[in-house]
Design a protein around this ligand. Structure first.
Ligand SMILES: [Fe+2]
Ligand SMILES: [Fe+2]
Length: 355
């Protein structure tokens, strides 16, 4: 049906196999996780429009598959699987999301400007030149697929969480941990898996009233998940160890460079502009006040109306920079710390009518 050499996709769409191609491309649009493991990737292009709108996308078993078409149209698309951070949404599974809402992003993608859409009539063979814009076209390997699966599993586990500790936090931690890992020479596979899985037991901790430590429970859950997915014992335990030691308050200090990357990224997400935002988000979740610089912070209690962003800063956030484990973590923490100091100083001045 299709053959690929670097930079080209050759499509032969005939009466006998167009359903096959439609099915594959429907997978690309609707269920990309399955598609990206196919040996005939059409990464770099996506196609739609010939699919009827069946409410959110086409499916290999939906109307698109069964409806005869006269042609298929391929639209330029970045090779998301090869460099998932290229996805502006930063999604854990960007291809899955890309199926529906990236037309504007494609049009705005500078590297793709001028890349033509290509229409392939059914029954004809056509070779599409990807040209320069399309980068690495290597298919997703087993490690990549496991990371995608882990992200999907973690996202499911974290669904009920409030926004201050929800999935957005995990995505930020994964991005930052991966960047720190690259600079520190850490194993990116271990770090990314650990980052996605590090808070999977937070719901359990919350529902236990804090009696169960989410780092300990999450480490065990991650080990079980990774073993179930066939990851070798050494790497599975390494990931579990990173998760066990990621918490701010427990006895398990991060020992490996991978654990330190995760630890730093997780803590860094609690300071700086993001940390301030999360602190106010949490304060809103517990109906706390906007600011309380004139009360004795140490006499206030958590989850009360005095559990403000400022309280969080005073009891925890201002000390985070002292705990960084990596050089890059320490550098970023210094910048974020200074930003917080300036912010809360300004907040106090404004609430007192002094600025
Ligand atoms: Fe955590
Ligand atoms: Fe976390």
């Amino acid at each position: 049906m299709a053959a690929r050499s670097r930079g080209y996709f050759s499509a032969c769409i005939g009466a006998s196999n167009d359903c096959d191609l439609l099915a594959r491309c429907a997978c690309f649009v609707g269920r990309a996780v399955q598609f990206v493991s196919e040996p005939y990737p059409i990464f770099g292009y996506r196609f739609y429009k010939h699919f009827p709108d069946n409410g959110g996308g086409s499916d290999a078993h939906g109307p698109a598959y069964r409806t005869p078409k006269s042609s298929l149209t391929f639209f330029p698309l970045r090779a998301y699987h090869a460099d998932r951070r290229a996805c502006p949404r930063g999604a854990a599974n960007p291809i899955r999301r890309a199926g529906y809402d990236h037309e504007t992003e494609d049009a705005n993608e500078p590297s793709l400007r001028g890349t033509p859409r290509v229409q392939v009539p059914i029954g004809q063979r056509k070779t599409i030149d990807f040209g320069a814009p399309c980068r690495t076209l290597a298919p997703m390997n087993a490690d990549d697929r496991l990371i995608e699966d882990a992200a999907a599993y973690a996202r499911d586990q974290m669904g009920p969480l409030a926004p201050s500790h929800g999935w957005d936090h995990v995505e930020r931690v994964e991005r930052l941990a991966a960047r720190i890992a690259s600079l520190e020479g850490a194993n990116l596979f271990i770090v990314r898996l650990a980052a996605y899985l590090h808070d999977i037991a937070r719901v359990i901790e919350d529902s236990s009233g804090g009696k169960i430590c989410h780092a300990e429970a999450g480490s065990a859950m991650a080990l079980e998940f990774l073993r179930g997915r066939g990851l070798d014992e050494t790497r599975a335990r390494h990931v579990a160890d990173c998760i066990l030691s990621h918490r701010f308050r427990n006895d398990h200090a991060p020992r490996t460079i991978e654990a330190k990357c995760l630890y730093d990224a997780d803590k860094l997400d609690s300071i700086g502009a993001v940390g301030i935002g999360r602190a106010f988000l949490f304060a809103g979740e517990v109906n706390a006040r906007l600011h309380n610089p004139d009360v004795e912070i140490l006499s206030t209690t958590a989850y009360s109306g005095e559990d403000t962003a400022y309280r969080e800063y005073m009891v925890k956030l201002q000390f985070v920079r002292e705990r960084m484990q990596t050089a890059e973590g320490a550098r970023v923490a210094g910048e974020r710390h200074d930003y917080m100091v300036g912010f809360f100083s300004r907040l106090t001045a404004e609430t007192r009518g002094e600025a």
